[in-house]
Every structure is written in structure tokens, then in C-alpha cells.
Design a protein around this ligand. Sequence first.
Ligand code: IMP
Length: 433
Amino acid sequence: MANVIIVGTQWGDEGKGKLVDLMTEFAHVIVRFQGGSNAGHTVVVGDRKFIFHQLPSGILRDNKLCIIGSGVVLDPATLLEEIDEVKGKGFLANDDALLISEEAQIVFPYHKRIDVARERRKGAHKIGTTGRGIGPAYEDKISRMGIRLIDLTDEEVFRDKLERNLEEKNFCLTHQLQDEGFSYQELFDQYRAYGERLGRYAANTSLAINHEIEKGKDVLFEGAQGTLLDVDHGTYPYVTSSNTVAASACVSAGVGIRKIERIIGVTKAYTTRVGSGPFPTELSDATGDHLRASGGEFGATTGRPRRCGWFDAVVVRHAARLNGLTDLALTKLDVLGGLEKLRICTAYKYRGNTITEYPASLPVQEGCEPVYEELSGWEEDISLVKDMGDLPPNAQRYVRLIEQLVGVEICMISLGDERSQTMMLKNPFHRLH
Ligand code: IMP
């Protein structure tokens, strides 16, 4: 048995899609466990590029069971588009390869309109959401108003729930947010049709996953966003509305925590963030622009330019503890090539005090100054290197310093978008067999 969780250790966009796609070779079941269409997981296979918002990144491999857990907020329109797209390209030939939790919450157009209208009203205090209705959909789940996939498949239940929800949402949209409401019948017809199509995939996914585990199959849990966007432990309120940490995988999948063997934290060799909120190592200069251009740092979901900065070991150490990381996967090391000097943040200074653990206070997060260790860079193109020993000595030093500061071993290093551009140092799945 080798059940592995993959999570992001920064503010998302660490390159989880590629890692999950790679690791899927060793797993039988792949479970997407939180978030929704706000995520954008990029997978490159040959000259084809895929961006998955809701489908597990394992969908491109044959004979794998892909599962969407109950912790995901599901946008049926975009999910069906994704399903049609992968089918059109010859994947997901067998519909039995995809299961969606009957308990997954459904995103409606009113969630999106509320999300966008609230952001507009917040002005300078906006969170910079993806506008995909994620926060309002999770709010409905927690306030026990949410409509789940199982409800969509039952006409009577859905009719009753939608009527009660829409009454409240239309009131909120028209009276509080000065926006437009929705017509009941249109939404009902549209979502009943989605229910018809998605009902095919609806299942008790906890039962299915546990059954596979009992048979000795390996499960890979695919996180979305990143640890610093976790609603409990991130840079609140500039976070997403789900728990992005590893523990969330067990909740969403309905799997006991003792079933998990390894937890891999995906870490970009520098830091990026999209949307508002604190970012201590942000570079608002030519180096930041260089990282954005070289790393192609534009949002996979919204196309927004990502804010870029130096690697922050305080952030990743925070993530290592919150997730209980057993391994680190370092991505985009190649992007740092050509920079004469590199910096790694080891601590913060705030009003004369040194801080070594990520602070909860927003004013401290916004006002602290990074303490840097400076290293020399490298000129060589490293994108095809296969062994640690063949990396330029300065790149090796950079990698080892990250490992030492975070206190977690690096199991692989990604040096480009392609599956082949990866240095596998220790395969987390092989360690367990
Ligand atoms: P929401 O999840 O759309 O509500 O957005 C909340 C915050 O999380 C915003 O700063 C978004 O930019 C950020 N966010 C949400 N999903 C992702 C992601 O997949 N990658 C990076 N940032 C994300």
C-alpha cells in the first residue's frame, strides 16, 4: 500500500499538475480533494498542453481511476466542457474511469455573480478571487444550504432546494449587491440537464476509494491551490475558502488518516502569488519581471500576471509543519538560470525583532522585512540534466540550502514542463514497496 498526498507549499501554482501527472504512473487511483474551477493544473504531454480546472490530472493515463471527492465545489458547466475536451482528444474513453462524490457541492451562476459583485464592492480591499464562485459555494455548504450532486439527480429534492436557495440569493443580489437576479425556470432546466449527464459519474467515492485501498491499490491525492491559501492557516483573509493542507484529503475522500504514508510538498524554486495579500519576498523590480517572463508566470485560470519573488523558507517551513511533509518536490529550478545572484529568505525582521515562524497577524505579514542569504547563480542551461551531480555546483548549493532550511528531503526536481525534464532523486512510491 502506498497512499500519497501531493500539496502546494506556497500560494498555489507550484507545478502540482505536472508532478501529479508524473506520479500517476505509479498510482492506480487519483483523487482531487478540494477547491474547484479556481484551480488550473497544467500538464504537458509531447506538444500538447492541458489545463485542468476540475478533472484530476491523472485523467491522461490509461487504466487509472480518477475521483473527485466531496470537498470539491463542482462547476458542472466547466466540468462537462473539460470532460468533452479530453474525450475529444482520445482520453477518458471509458466513463467508468471517473467517479464524482455524490456529496460534492454544486456551484451555481448566482455564486459567481455574488463573488464578482462582492469583490467590486470591496474596492481596494478585494481578495482578488478568480471570480468562479468558490467562496459563496463553500459558504452555502457550511451554512447547510448547499445543493449537492446527489440533489441534482433527484428532480423533487432539487426543485425544493433551488426554490429556497434562489429566493435568498435573488434577494441578496438585488437588494444588497445592486445586481441582477436569476430566473428560476432557466436555472432549473439547465442544472437538471447537468444532473442527467453528471449522474453517470456520481458515486459513494469513500466506499470506492477504501475498496481500492483494501485491494492493495495505490492512491494519489491531488491538492489544489497552496498551503498559504488555506482558509485556516493561510494569509487570512487573502486565502481561498477551502482547507488546502494535506489533512483535507482524508476528509474529502472519506479515508482514515492512518491510510496515508507519504505527503509530498510541491515547492517552486522561487515564489509567486496571484491575487491580493501579503507577500514578504515580492520583487517589484526588473528581477521580478525577469522571473515572470522566464517562468511564464501568468495565471492558468484567469491569465493574470503572477506576482514574483525570492524563495521564502519561512513560508515553506510553515507548510512542512502544517502538512506533515515527508518529501519536497522542487519545481522550476531552470527558471533561475542566468541570474548572477540569488536570494533565499531565512527569517523576517519586524520592529527590530527576528521572526522565524510565519506570523498570523496580517499587519506583521505586511510589514515584515525578509532576512536574506545570498548565493551565486549559474549560467548553464540545466533543463536536460538528469543527475544531481551534473547540476552546476551553485545550483546544487541552492537546492541543498532549501532542503536544510525547510528540514525536508527533496525527492525530485523539475526542470521544465515536459515529463522527461525531471530529476527523480527518490521515488516516494518505490520507497514503500
Ligand atoms: P478564490 O479561490 O477564487 O476565492 O480566490 C481566493 C484567492 O486564492 C485569490 O487570491 C486567488 O487568486 C487565489 N487562488 C485560487 N485558486 C488559485 C490557484 O489555483 N492558484 C493560485 N491562486 C489561486
